[in-house]
Ligand binder design. Structure first.
Ligand code: SF4
Length: 64
């Protein structure tokens, strides 16, 4: 099974993924970083778009 993850060490908090795909990503204002709310939402088209749009390429799809 595949899941989507964010490498929070690398995330610069640009919020692009949250804007593109709010069903899967959310923003932690305290940490100034995005996080995944729905790892199983990996098949959604907006996840692919977010991966392509992340400026630091820190959105990852993992086989679990
Ligand atoms: S697009 Fe990338 S850098 Fe921007 S908030 Fe999302 S995970 Fe972080």
């Amino acid at each position: 099974m595949k899941q989507v993850k964010i490498d929070q060490e690398e995330c610069i908090g640009c919020e692009t993924c949250v804007e593109i795909c709010p069903d899967v990503f959310a923003f932690d204002a305290g940490l100034n970083k995005a996080y995944v709310t729905n790892p199983e939402g990996v098949e959604q088209k907006c996840v692919e778009e977010s991966i392509g749009s992340c400026p630091v390429s820190c959105i990852i799809i993992e086989e679990v």
